[in-house]
Design a protein around this ligand. Structure first.
Ligand SMILES: Cc1ncc(COP(=O)(O)O)c(C=O)c1O
Length: 370
């Protein structure tokens, strides 16, 4: 059995250190925000190459607070993609603004800058690219477009901790970057957690205020705020794991490189090669046979995922956005074709070979049947 993701293996490698750090927090009596969170903010900002990091309670909170801090609200439009986890679009709605969706580029599977340009209106305030699966979107084109039109760039970097291009890391290309530390993420907490990173002191101050009830000082509520703070326990656990992140990212890239070597020519469309701009949160392949390949892999004892089967605009909970089937053909096609193979830093090359062999057996069988 090869699981899609093995958090037990990760825990075996860092569990002792996490337990010691968490026990210290439990004994300290400081549970919400606190010194571990403050230290994690400093260390995570340094890892990203950002001036400031503000720790919050989830990736969704990071997106929501980034939007509110940027002054985005009712009447404003925010351009983002439907091929993402729903949180990206939900955050825009939480802020009271209007999500305007654009399709992905079939080559990169991320936001198509040409589509963005066509969607800009006088009400557009921000562009929210998503670094899907851990691969940076086309930030050069997107940031240039935003600057030309006076728009903010808010990166959904929930899947892309440490992805790098031209010496810059995910979250620092635009005005503000949003991270999730959901347990299965490349940097995962022992519960819910997230962070915002930015070089802009005004945005950092606003997020800090908003996450903690709009309090400038105890019981001084200078604006309407939220309770979206990070727990000190999560700060402690994340500090331990952050020390391993670069090593884990390299291991993910090694797994991806081996998959590429073993699966090239198998008839599947493979993700981009393992460069610095991809941290392989997900190793997604594409094939028209996805709905047959997945059960074949399950039968072979191999766990898989689909990221994501149904783009946001086709989710019943988002029907009020007013887009129907056919609105975003590339995202819809990807939803039908994409399959995520197991990937995690502790995955052995034998496990990668076993997955690749099962995929190849299926592809050859499908070819023989055709
Ligand atoms: C692209 C994307 N955006 C936002 C989120 C939301 O993060 P969280 O689950 O920490 O709220 C996630 C993670 O689930 C995600 O994958």
């Amino acid at each position: 059995m090869i699981p899609f993701l093995d958090l037990h293996a990760q825990y075996r490698s860092v569990g002792k250190d996490i337990e010691a750090a968490v026990v210290d927090v439990l004994r300290s009596g400081e549970y919400v925000l606190g010194p571990q969170v403050t230290a994690f903010e400093r260390e995570f900002a340094a890892h990203c190459g950002a001036r400031e990091a503000i720790a919050v309670s989830s990736g969704t909170a990071a997106l929501h607070l980034a939007l509110v801090a940027a002054g985005i609200g009712p009447g404003d439009e925010v351009i983002t993609v439907p091929m993402t986890f729903v949180a990206t679009v939900a955050a825009v709605l939480y802020a009271g603004a209007t999500p305007v969706l654009v399709d992905i580029d079939p080559g990169t599977w991320t936001m198509d800058p040409v589509e963005v340009e066509a969607a800009i209106t006088p009400r557009t305030k921000a562009i929210m690219p998503v670094h899907l699966h851990g691969r940076l979107a086309d930030m050069g084109a997107i940031v240039a477009l935003a600057r030309r039109h006076g728009l903010l760039v808010i990166e959904d970097a929930a899947q892309a901790h440490g992805a790098e291009r031209d010496g810059k890391r995910a979250g620092t290309f635009g005005d503000i970057g949003c991270f999730s530390f959901y347990p299965g993420k490349n940097l995962g907490a022992c519960g819910e957690a997230g962070a915002v990173v930015t070089d802009r002191a005004d945005l950092a101050d606003a997020v800090r205020l908003l996450r903690d009830w709009g309090q400038a000082a105890k019981y001084e509520h200078v604006r309407l705020g939220f309770n979206l703070r990070m727990d000190n326990v999560q700060g402690a656990a994340l500090r331990v794991k952050l020390r391993k992140l670069d090593e884990w990212t390299q291991k993910r890239r090694d797994v991806a490189a081996l998959y590429r070597e073993l699966l090239e020519g198998s008839g599947l469309t493979l993700p981009a090669p393992a460069g610095h701009d991809h941290v392989f949160h997900v190793y997604a392949v594409r094939t028209k046979e996805r709905d047959a390949l997945r059960p074949a892999l399950t039968a072979a004892g191999i766990g898989t995922g689909i990221h994501y089967p149904k783009p946001v605009h086709l989710q019943p909970g988002y029907a009020s956005l007013g887009y129907g089937p056919g609105a975003f053909p590339e995202s819809e096609l990807m939803g039908l074709q994409t399959l995520s193979l197991p990937i995690f830093p502790e995955m052995t090359s034998d496990q990668v070979r076993e997955v690749a062999a099962a995929v190849r057996r299926f592809s050859e069988g499908a070819r023989d049947a055709a």
